[in-house]
Write a protein that binds this ligand. Structure first.
Ligand code: ACO
Length: 330
């Protein structure tokens, strides 16, 4: 059987207009701009303020833009995979809401939960459908309204995240460009280093879970930082070595944007200079499933056909991984 290859044919995005600066956070909690900038690299993040809009809305806007750029209509889409940890509802899946909003009548749609690695896991999964010949046009969406699970009295977590979404259209490649390799890992985190404790079937919502603020994201920042730095750097180097790529061969590292220091450690391990690293964390913070497509969106005009890109992420779960692709948009 002929093995097909999947390639990204367009990128779309959505960012809420409201900019929450470090200065604004200073008025809400005991923190300061200097600490946030030097420890994380973040200067501001976008927050979705409209009460009637959430993760599906942002994902849908990003998807619409991607479809328009790909010159693909919604009813041509076979499959929608949406990565998020902040779904509009527990069920139905946010992907189903987006399928309806888009009018993508032919598509089947599901959510994928892999926290900050969600977009990479979804991109790998979607590419398999194309490689197997089971789908021709696939939408991959990474979208998170992180502000909906942030405790703005907790300075160790709330300063890190923002809201936003990115989407790509995947189609069959007719040349050597497209997704070439992928490596993914999972290490179930029994120590609860990065969790939203309540709201699921183990700890459903009660007055007590609300009073003890268990419906917000919590983390052991130092533990996550160590794991993330090691995981992202190791897997990025692994995918380079597996594919015989030297630092000169790699045009861009497209890293998940959690912390500038994690990104710099990854680039160093890969032997890449800072000019080859996409960094927009200063503008958006950590948008979880949105970070990687938002980087691709911001850099798309600087990407050349045939460029070797390494996409890398680490997130809750723990989950992490890398994708190696040749950029296929002319
Ligand atoms: N403002 C001012 N001071 C603060 C703040 C803040 N917002 N937050 C913590 N501090 C204080 C701490 O209380 C501590 O004070 P102490 O020494 O008196 O106890 C001091 O700053 C140092 O705290 P650390 O936790 O050691 O700071 P660190 O350098 O590790 O940075 C951070 C913390 C930014 C959270 C870092 O650990 C990190 O980025 N971890 C990764 C977490 C992450 O990215 N999670 C997202 C999901 S996973 C992913 O996307 C990879």
């Amino acid at each position: 059987m002929e093995v097909k290859r999947a390639k990204i044919t367009a990128v779309g995005h959505y960012l809420p207009e409201y900019r929450m600066t470090n200065a604004e956070l200073e008025t809400m909690m005991d923190t300061n701009d200097e600490w946030i900038r030097t420890r994380t690299g973040i200067q501001e993040r976008r927050i979705l303020k409209d009460e009637d809009k959430a993760t599906a809305f942002m994902g849908c806007e990003a998807a619409k833009e991607a479809l328009q750029r790909a010159d693909v209509s919604a009813d041509e889409i076979d499959l929608i995979i949406l990565a998020t940890v902040t779904p509009d509802y527990f069920f139905p899946a946010t992907a189903c809401l987006v399928q309806n909003m888009l009018g993508a009548k032919k598509a089947f749609a599901f959510d994928l939960s892999a926290a900050c690695s969600g977009f990479l896991y979804a991109l790998s999964t979607g590419s398999m459908y194309i490689e197997a010949g089971r789908a021709k046009k696939v939408l991959i969406i990474g979208t998170d309204k992180m502000s909906s699970i942030l405790d703005y009295t907790d300075r160790t977590t709330s300063i890190l995240f923002g809201d936003g979404a990115g989407a790509v259209v995947l189609e069959e490649s007719t040349d050597e460009t497209g997704i070439i390799d992928q490596i993914h890992y999972t290490e179930g985190d029994v120590n609860c280093a990065l969790y939203q404790h309540a709201g699921g079937s183990l700890n459903p919502a009660t007055q007590e879970t609300l009073d003890s603020r268990q419906h917000y994201l919590t983390q052991d920042g130092r533990a996550v930082f160590k794991k993330a730095t090691m995981g992202m750097a190791d897997v990025s180097l692994e995918i380079m070595e597996k594919n015989g790529l030297t630092p000169d061969d790699v045009a861009w590292l497209v890293p998940h944007q959690a912390n500038l220091r994690i990104i710099e450690a990854t680039a160093k391990r890969m032997g890449l200079s800072s000019e080859k690293v996409m960094i927009n964390i200063q503008k958006y913070g950590n948008t979880t499933a949105g970070t990687i497509p938002l980087c691709l969106y911001d850099w798309q005009d600087r990407l050349n056909y045939g460029d070797n890109l390494i996409l890398s992420a680490f997130g809750g779960g723990f989950t992490w991984g890398s994708i190696y692709l040749k950029w296929g948009i002319k």
